[in-house]
Design a protein around this ligand. Structure first.
Ligand code: TNX
Length: 929
């Protein structure tokens, strides 16, 4: 759908977004059109075939799509959404949740509407919204009351309705700091019309009078519209718009009767003459489709579609509050609990456009009524249409007008509840948003004091908020998996008796019930966020999910930044319990702090295994006290003569324990019997001649080997593997076994067996590359598949004999492969791995004939032949690791929109990489800005 210029490490190019599809212009649909945004403005809009080269820069012309490209929608009447209500919002955080809800559905400019309330409340609320308006997050403030007719109060509080009061108007105008754009008035209320009336005052401060909630006769309304129109025409200051508006025509006024026509007749006639603009809540609930169509027939150019949306928009049915009144939403229709009056809309503006089209109105007219016309009401000529020079506000929708993606000011918009990997279920609940304040309290289960530090650290890193001890974020351990996942629990998780295994290292290869230890439930409510799980790893995933939801914020900009999340319940459990990343620290070393950073990257993606390829021909990266020469002689070398380095015993302890406390198991790999030049270089006794070969700094593979019949070999394996196993808190030790190209099968099998025996004697489970499936493996050992070119019958046979299988097929999961021919880093022996390839595969289809039940999980790998620096590593890993994480957490995610959906969910999460200062690759099909 989209394409932008590439941004490689260290380069900065203009932010260019090129979209292709059916472009909805103010007067027609351009079937195969192109919309080019550069920075925050539209640079070019026209037929795809006519796109000038210089506009595209070095971006390629995207392929044709069947998407609709609409201008960002403009809603001039909206009370809330996502559980948040502008009339009740005491903080910008809360208000932002509503803005974000509508923004994610295509409303790029929104006027926040208040309802009738005492003057001091209106002043307070206007001040909150003014902050958002200053930051450009809302397009202005609308006051719907309090100078309204109690007889036509609708869902508003009639007891707070008062006569026109200039002092109140001035107080609110002052609090709104120039952002009051419109106010709904009943013209029959004393003090509204005439000299010194509210209409005159509004016009004087640049706001547009809007008539509604009125019981007046047709001629009073006609007089009011004429007075307002004249006042706007003669305004001294810059009038926002030349025409008054009518607040939701038909709703909040008497129906038209032919002998007593009332406001409807006067308003319709004014719109038809071009003297007023009428709002329609054409959401399929407030108005009959024929009514909507009739109004468009009479006055299409003077209609604005509005949502009149309240907090329940985008939220499950339930109870809400609107301006202090209780509202019950059932089947998406909001009604007052007392009396049952319709209490505002629950649609997004794009839903209203869809309902209007369904009512028989032409698409162009319907879109214009939700973009061009409301922009005119706001007096804005920089938004409202896909015209070069205007703001880059674009809605990408499918042909059914469902939003696929939203661009605002040239930036893609986050959806408030998006997570990567995607949780099993996310349900919005009817509650106000949760705000994590500075100093908020965290409660951990008794006996898990150490967990609190990890939670403080994680929430702090993700949200910027310091937390202490208290009851704002509560972590609970339960014994019954149904208390975590509800009734929808897969059979193997239901059987879990987790309590007995709490506190033991995760058994990543076990599958089945072991996965229940990572299941979590996150309940986000107005006053508290609660994480419920069977074990600590599940609690940690829930905390991560909470941190990520809070971190994406819902707008950013004003005050102290975003740390609010909409009320929702997330229930989640992984598909696989082995979800890893293998990092080659042998070809180029990584420091302890760098590895700690990678642990954070893993936990944010709910990955739980950090496999470290510690030894290879080019270097030995972990201190082994019984074999000091390994690091003394071979710790200092690396590919191409780059500086070496290694982890001391203390580093290793720190890393493994730090990771374990954060839910990540470190799996050390000592690669034998090949890839051992660094060992031979340190201990010449391991070679038949007894002579140590020189250090190796090239990148060939397969040339070095151990010898089964040398007396030094078994003691070496015992010392090294025994020591590493003993000092590793996790259950697994990887013995390598790959690419031994110069050894007879018998000798290979003996050496692998010797290595495996040492690991097993130390009480650890053996992991080995797929080649080791040729050797006799103890049931329960883990075979890691990486190369799908050879016959994998040995792996199938090993699995049948009890081995577990981890899938790392290079063509999907090797993130050291180049993205494409232009990648400055990486190898390509397995081809290019553009990011969508990292997502589009099924772990259970990699090895022909393998029993899917043998699959323990998925592991990405990043080999380091071409990556001297951490930035090189992360550039290759990110964003592909997120795709691997999704496959590992959710299983195969192969459906038509899988990649689009993944990108859209991931975009917000990439900010955690930016915040950590990590370099990442924005190339893959360019939808990252
Ligand atoms: C193959 S994958 C290797 C590594 C290389 C890698 C480069 C595996 C088990 N062996 O030695 O670094 O390819 O992609």
């Amino acid at each position: 759908m989209t394409r932008t210029t590439t941004s490689l490490p260290g380069t900065r190019r203009p932010r260019l977004v090129v979209l292709r599809g059916a472009v909805v212009l103010p007067d027609r649909v351009l079937e195969d059109g192109l919309v080019v945004a550069e920075g925050d403005r539209l640079a070019w809009v026209g037929p795809a075939d006519d796109a000038p080269r210089d506009v595209l820069g070095d971006a390629a012309l995207p392929h044709p799509t069947d998407h609709l490209l609409l201008p960002g929608l403009v809603d001039v009447h909206c009370h809330g959404g996502g559980g948040a209500s502008f009339p009740d919002a005491r903080t910008t955080h809360e208000a932002r949740v509503a803005v974000a809800e509508h923004l994610a559905h295509g409303t790029t400019r929104l006027v926040a509407s208040l309802v009738t309330a005492p003057g001091d409340v209106l002043v307070e609320r206007a001040a909150v919204l003014a902050e958002l308006a200053d930051a450009g997050e809302v397009a202005g403030i609308h006051l719907e009351g309090p100078f309204l007719s109690p007889a036509r109060c609708g869902a508003q509080d009639p007891s707070a309705m008062v006569d026109g009061d200039l002092t109140l108007v001035r107080d609110v105008v002052r609090a709104a700091r120039g952002h009051l754009v419109t106010m709904t008035l009943a013209p029959e209320v004393p003090g509204v019309l005439g000299p010194g009336g509210v209409v005159a005052e509004l016009v004087a401060v640049g706001a547009v009078p809007s008539f509604g909630h009125t019981d007046a006769s047709a001629d009073v309304v006609r007089t009011a519209i004429d007075e307002a129109r004249r006042a706007l025409a003669e305004a001294l200051g810059p009038a926002r718009s030349s025409l008054p508006t009518v607040t939701h025509l038909f709703n909040g006024m008497p129906p038209m009767h032919h002998r007593s026509p009332g406001p409807v007749a006067a308003c319709l006639a004014a719109a038809a003459r071009g003297d007023a603009v009428v709002e329609l809540v054409a959401d399929g609930v407030h108005l009959a489709p024929e009514t909507v169509r009739a109004v468009f027939d009479v006055a299409a150019g003077h209609v604005v579609l509005v949502t009149d949306a309240m907090a329940a928009t985008g939220v499950a049915d339930g109870e809400h509050v609107l301006g202090g009144l209780r509202v019950v939403v059932a089947d998406g229709v909001a009604r007052l609990a007392e009396g049952g009056a319709i209490a505002g809309g629950t649609a997004h503006l794009l839903d209203v456009v869809r309902a209007t089209v369904d009512a028989g109105v032409d698409l162009v007219a319907a879109v214009r009524a939700a973009s061009v016309t409301p922009a005119v009401v706001l007096g804005r000529d920089d938004v409202g249409a896909l015209v070069a020079g205007r703001r880059a506000d674009v809605v990408v929708a499918d042909r059914d007008l469902r939003p696929l993606d939203v661009l605002r000011d040239g930036r893609w918009v986050d959806r408030p509840l998006d997570l990567v990997p995607a949780p099993r279920a996310v349900v919005r609940t009817a509650d106000a948003p949760f705000v994590l304040r500075e100093g908020a309290g965290v409660r951990v289960p008794d006996g898990h004091a150490g967990l609190a530090d990890v939670v403080h650290e994680r929430l702090g890193r993700l949200t910027g908020r310091r937390t202490t001890s208290g009851d704002d974020v509560v972590l609970r351990l339960v014994d019954d998996v149904a208390d975590v996942l509800g009734d929808d629990v897969p059979a193997d998780l239901r059987a879990a008796d987790v309590a007995a295994r709490r506190g033991t290292p995760l058994d990543h290869a076990a599958g089945g019930a072991e996965r229940a230890r990572e299941a979590y439930r996150l309940d986000v409510g107005a006053d508290r966020a609660t994480v419920t799980a069977l074990d600590v790893p599940g609690l940690l995933h829930g905390v991560t999910a909470l941190g990520l939801l809070l971190a994406r914020g819902v707008g950013g900009g004003a005050d102290d930044g975003p740390a609010a999340a909409p009320a929702a319940t997330v229930t989640d459990a992984p598909r696989y319990s082995w979800r890893g990343l293998s990092v080659d620290v042998a070809r180029h070393p990584r420091t302890l702090p760098e590895l700690l950073t990678l642990v954070d990257v893993l936990t944010d993606l709910r990955l739980n295994v950090l496999h470290l390829h510690l030894t290879d021909d080019q270097g030995w990266r972990v201190e082994v006290p019984s074999r000091p020469a390994l690091t003394e002689r071979s710790g200092a070398t690396a590919v191409g003569g780059a500086p070496g380095g290694f982890l001391t015993v203390a580093d290793w302890d720190r890393l493994t324990r730090h990771a374990a406390a954060r839910g990540v198991t470190v799996v050390p790999e000592v690669d034998v019997p090949g890839h051992v030049n660094a060992a031979l270089h340190a201990y010449g006794e391991l070679t038949p001649t007894g002579e140590a070969p020189p250090a190796y700094t090239g990148t060939d593979v397969g040339f070095s080997r151990l010898h089964a019949d040398l007396p030094a070999t078994t003691p070496f394996l015992e010392d090294v593997l025994g020591d590493v196993a003993a000092r590793t808190p996790g259950r697994y030790v990887h013995v390598g076994g790959d690419e031994v190209l110069t050894m007879e099968p018998d000798e290979y099998a003996r050496l692998v067996r010797t290595a495996a025996d040492v690991v097993e004697r130390a009480g650890r489970t053996v992991v080995a590359w797929q080649e080791a499936a040729k050797a006799p493996l103890t049931p329960g050992s883990v075979v890691q598949v990486w190369d799908t070119r050879p016959d994998l019958g040995d792996v199938v046979r090993a699995a049948a004999a009890g081995a577990r299988v981890v899938l790392s097929p290079a063509e999907h999961a090797y993130h050291d492969m180049r993205y494409d021919a232009g990648s400055p880093l990486g190898l390509d022996w397995a081809g290019h791995v553009p990011a969508p390839r990292a997502l589009g595969w099924d772990p259970e289809a990699v090895v022909p004939g393998l029993d899917p039940a043998a699959v323990a999980g998925v592991e990405a790998a990043v080999w380091s032949e071409t990556t001297p620096g951490l930035a090189d590593v992360t550039w290759l890993l990110l964003p592909r690791l997120a795709a691997t994480a999704e496959v590992a957490w959710s299983g195969a995610v192969e459906h038509e929109h899988a990649w689009d959906d993944h990108v859209r969910r991931l975009r917000a999460q990439t900010r955690t990489w930016d915040a950590a200062g990590l370099t990442w690759c924005r190339t893959p099909d360019g939808r990252w800005w």
